[in-house]
Design a protein around this ligand. Structure first.
Ligand code: TRP
Length: 392
């Protein structure tokens, strides 16, 4: 497979190999040290003070903040101040439609929905079908179109406010992005793009030209509202390079720099790495049948010992266990999760019990989600930027 990632030049490979992990918009590899990543990327950790300020608006601390699933930011304090001063902000997030949606994808979207509700924000949701088509020589436009349609159903099923949410499909709504994207593109040199994204001589020129298209929705709210409008982007931290170049050009173009709130990656159910559509046996898809979920969860890697006797003697490694993290992020209350951690560590809990809890939680979640996905088919046009239907 000829991915952009495999055409990266040697220099950027060397830069990344100092640590045992690598994070770019198109490749996430190794055991990620998130504290180091904050330093490497030059972002800010989410502090207790910021969480308190959010709580001031929301009335409580969302578990994904408390558990540091969202852990880093740029200008979140600034956007909270704007909001406190009565200036409303847009949310902007997105998805590269290269496969079906798994519950790892849904997590940051649930948090985005929560922010939309609590801050009463309008949301732009971009589907970068162009990016995913260009990124790999193996993907046809038909395949990407299929996933775009399927992904739209998932996005709607998350439950965003239909009056305040617009989905942007790059190839369909390009006329709304292109004037902004050309203004951005003109201000970014190839040398900057190479340094930020690791493009090399063998990268196809579509990929080289793509970043301004993902940057454009950061400024679209200002165009729609006809005044500089603050934007907050909830996204996994691998997307940060896009926002770095966007922030660089923002003020020169008369806009605010987009603020961000960054999430970690959710682990896959396998030995290591994030949940990934390219490893379907380690991901729980929103379209999986209950038996499939049971099988995947029962085959999951855990932090347990090889035998029950050893487990009772030594206890398990909950913090290195994907089953534990899924339960903690999605299905356990904080108290339940803390108890689970203690019981596991002290050898009083066997992996079978956690797996059964995860299976149960995931099945209930996915059965409900599937129903909402079906209903979504009737309201696609309401969510589109141009109000037009998107056919399969
Ligand atoms: N490039 C992202 C991906 O591959 C998709 C995306 C577009 C996005 N705009 C975004 C993600 C804004 C987060 C926020 O998944």
């Amino acid at each position: 497979m000829e991915d952009l990632a495999s055409t990266r030049d040697e220099e950027s490979d060397n830069n990344n190999s100092k640590d045992n992990f690598k994070v770019t918009p198109w490749e996430v590899e190794g055991e990620i040290d998130y504290n180091k990543l904050v330093i490497q990327f030059g972002t800010q950790p989410i502090t207790f003070e910021i969480i308190e300020r959010i709580k001031h608006v929301t009335g409580e601390v969302h578990p994904m903040l408390k558990l540091q699933y969202f852990f880093s930011h740029r200008d979140l304090d600034w956007i909270l101040k704007k909001h406190a001063d009565g200036e409303s902000f847009y949310l902007y997030t997105g998805r590269g439609p290269s496969g079906m949606i798994h519950i790892g994808h849904v997590m940051p979207w649930l948090f985005t929905r929560y922010l939309q509700e609590k801050f009463d924000s309008k949301l732009l949701f971009q589907l970068t079908d162009d990016e995913k088509f260009l990124q790999s020589q193996d993907r046809s436009s038909e395949e990407i179109r299929h996933y775009t349609y399927e992904n739209i159903l998932d996005i709607i099923a998350v439950g965003f406010n239909p009056y305040k949410t617009k989905i942007i499909i790059d190839t369909k709504h390009i006329q709304h992005l292109y004037p902004i994207a050309t203004e951005i593109a003109k201000r970014i040199t190839f040398s900057t793009a190479k340094a930020v994204f690791g493009f090399s001589s063998s990268t196809n020129i579509g990929m080289v030209g793509f970043p301004p298209i993902q940057a454009a929705p950061c400024f679209l709210p200002s165009v729609i509202e006809n005044k500089p409008t603050p934007v907050l982007i909830p996204a996994a931290i691998d997307q940060d390079p896009y926002w770095r170049i966007t922030r660089d050009v923002a003020e020169r173009m008369g806009y605010y720099k987009p603020a961000q709130i960054h999430s970690k990656f959710i682990p896959g159910l396998g030995m290591s790495g994030k949940m990934s559509s390219s490893k379907p046996e380690t991901a729980l898809f929103t379209t999986d049948d209950p038996e499939v979920i049971d099988n995947k969860v029962s085959a999951a890697f855990t932090g347990g010992q090889p035998t029950i006797t050893l487990q009772r003697q030594l206890g398990g490694n909950a913090l290195g266990c994907p089953v534990f993290w899924y339960l903690r992020y999605l299905f356990d209350s904080e108290k339940q999760s803390d108890e689970r951690l203690l019981k596991c560590k002290s050898g009083n809990l066997l992996c079978g019990e956690c797996k059964s809890d995860l299976s149960k939680g995931s099945k209930t979640f996915i059965v409900e989600f599937k129903k909402r996905r079906e209903k979504a088919k009737d309201v696609i046009a309401d969510f589109m930027l141009d109000g037009e239907p998107y056919e399969k």
